[in-house]
Design a protein around this ligand. Structure first.
Ligand SMILES: Cc1ncc(COP(=O)(O)O)c(C=O)c1O
Length: 387
């Protein structure tokens, strides 16, 4: 693209970025290059690919498309979201500090606490996710601030621009796990963040049939992460890259439907006597609603709710949904329900988890793109069993 060519719109990029017709055959859809190696004409004389851990054309297409969607210079694909997170953390040294908001995916917490802490990383968490709360856990040794927004599972909204300013003042980078929003709803790099991380397993893949991850950012910042990608080798295979790329093409239309369905269910849930509190940034009563309106296009497809009857009511509700499958993960076309305390966030010690609001009465919904009437009826009949 020359500087005076306008940037194509989001869906155009999702369908075309990195996806020119195949140079070898003209195939319109990027082929699955199922090869581990590439024949060279002479030693070192090749067409840009030598070995598929280092590079594969299907993965390259995915990486180009991911960068285009987040409006970053470069994207790197990994075998899972946690492999992507590990690659970012690998750029740090023992003794470096990470400042993180305490409401975050349980697997990220486990990685920080049980892999990187013993290795020498110092991690400081803030229960107060406001910029002021962050400022209290940033020190001169902080090299990286790590946030999710909306957070998993409490759907808190964090101020990306303000936290970037705090991180940069301390000489640290800000990495945003943008899994819950997707680049269609929120582009952290445009708000100042340095790195975006995704579990592409979720909305980007979109069909609950592939596990993957990604890191996107400026070329210079991604150099050590790209080195790690090849050196440590946690890359997706070409079939996984293809599935993710195929999912990306429909991201915008899927997200619009996820958001519309979730908006309607969240409002309805606030009126149900069995529900004590609904966590959804699209509700005007949500403390992060104004901020979400500023930094997001829409409010996403994730809802959490706290049951009036606590853990007992949650246990009655969870096996009774029929369309909402009781399962971990999120972001697929089908609706899922999960119990963070015993499922996605079970790796956080119970006392700490409860103190942070992830108690036994909390239920998380990943609202799919089925018909909203059917989803509402499913929740109605399951709630009816809770008295
Ligand atoms: C917000 C968030 N980040 C990262 C991950 C980890 O991704 P993966 O399961 O692809 O390793 C998850 C998984 O649930 C997640 O919800």
């Amino acid at each position: 693209m020359t500087p005076d060519t306008p940037r194509p719109g989001f869906s155009t990029r999702a369908i075309h970025a990195g996806q020119d017709a195949d140079p070898a055959t003209g195939a319109t859809v990027v082929p699955i290059y199922a090869t581990s190696t590439y024949t060279q004409e002479a030693p070192g004389k090749h067409k840009g690919y030598e070995y598929s851990r280092s590079g594969n054309p299907t993965r390259a297409a995915l990486e180009t498309c991911l960068a285009a969607l987040e409006e970053g210079e470069r994207g790197l694909a990994f075998a899972s979201g946690l492999a992507a997170t590990t690659a970012v953390l690998s750029t740090l040294k023992p003794g470096d500090e990470v400042a993180a908001a305490s409401d975050l995916y349980g697997g990220t917490y486990r990685l920080l606490e049980r892999v990187f802490k013993p290795w020498g990383l110092v991690v400081r968490y803030t229960d107060d996710p406001s910029p002021a709360g962050f400022a209290r856990v940033v020190t001169p040794a902080t090299k990286l601030a790590w946030i999710e927004t909306p957070t998993n599972p409490l759907l808190q909204i964090l101020d990306i621009a303000a936290i970037t300013a705090i991180a940069h003042k301390a000489g640290a980078l800000l990495a945003v796990d943008n899994t819950f929003a997707s680049p269609y709803l929120q582009q952290p790099l445009k708000l100042g963040a340095d790195l975006v991380v995704h579990s592409t397993t979720k909305y980007l893949g979109g069909h609950s049939d592939v596990v993957g991850g990604a890191v996107i950012g400026a070329g210079e910042l991604l150099k050590p992460i790209a080195f790690y990608q090849n050196a440590a080798g946690g890359v997706p295979g070409p079939f996984d890259a293809y599935l993710t790329l195929r999912g990306l093409k429909t991201l915008a239309v899927r997200m619009d439907r996820h958001c519309a369905n979730a908006r309607r269910l969240a409002a309805w849930l606030t009126e149900q006597p069995q529900v004590e509190r609904v966590f959804y940034p699209g509700l005007p009563s949500h403390p992060g609603h104004e901020l979400a309106m500023r930094q997001m296009r829409d409010f996403g497809g994730m809802i959490s709710m706290r049951m009036m009857g606590g853990g007992e009511a949650a246990r009655r509700f969870l096996p009774r949904t029929r369309l909402f499958s009781l399962a971990e993960s999120l972001g697929g076309v089908e609706s899922l329900v999960c119990h963070p305390a015993t499922m996605t966030h079970a790796s956080i010690p119970a006392e700490l988890r409860q103190a942070r609001g992830v108690d036994d009465g909390l239920i998380r919904l990943s609202v799919g793109i089925e018909d909203a009437d059917d989803l509402q009826e499913d929740l109605r009949q399951a709630l009816a069993s809770c008295g």
